[in-house]
Write a protein of this length. Structure first.
Length: 185
């Protein structure tokens, strides 16, 4: 059992017989009452975010997750297949666990898979990935003033906005958390 004062971002707790990740928390002191902690909890299985307030006297069960670096192999209609690089076991993971980041996955890329026992709970891609531009709109000469962007298609068939100087064949770095252009590699 963990005390409420032990809360930290990224901690996984068992709350209402389900696993929740603490996305945000804030200590709140009421004038005459005891201190409380307001939290935003993300359901690890469904991704639904709920808000809850805990009293400092409450106890919750902290859940330990095992993280393994695994290599992405391929996808089918519902699952993404990853390989344990130590045992060479292939594990199907529901594509919903990866969320929108799956559009930046390419074969051979490694990701950190979190397990509760033998059940995969979530998959975390690296913060940035380097992908090749396979198609880019032509830049208009003279359009360099301001924050102009154009649409480019990456090797994973994903379209993102990039600066006008990016051309077909360039390799660019993408932030997987929000899908934005970071830099040219």
């Amino acid at each position: 059992m963990a005390s409420i004062s032990d809360f930290r971002r990224g901690m996984v707790i068992n709350y209402n017989n389900d696993l929740y990740l603490i996305a945000e928390f804030q200590h709140v002191k009421v004038s005459r009452g005891k201190a409380m902690i307001k939290t935003k909890l993300k359901n690890v299985k469904t991704g639904k975010v709920v808000e809850n307030t805990f009293r400092m006297t409450e106890k919750v069960e902290e859940v330990r997750l095992d993280g393994k670096e695994m290599q992405y192999l391929y996808a089918d209609e519902n699952n993404l297949y990853f390989m344990n690089m130590e045992t060479y076991d292939q594990i199907p993971i529901d594509s919903e666990l990866v969320g929108d980041q799956k559009k930046f996955l390419k074969e051979g890329m490694t990701a950190k898979i979190l397990f509760h026992g033998t059940i995969p709970i979530s998959a975390e891609l690296p913060t940035t990935v380097d992908l090749e531009v396979i198609e880019a709109e032509p830049a208009v000469k003279g359009d360099t003033a301001g924050n102009l962007t154009k649409w480019v298609t990456l090797e994973t068939k994903t379209k993102i906005e990039a600066p006008p100087f990016i051309e077909q064949g360039n390799v660019i770095r993408i932030d997987t958390r929000n899908g934005s252009y970071v830099s040219r590699v």
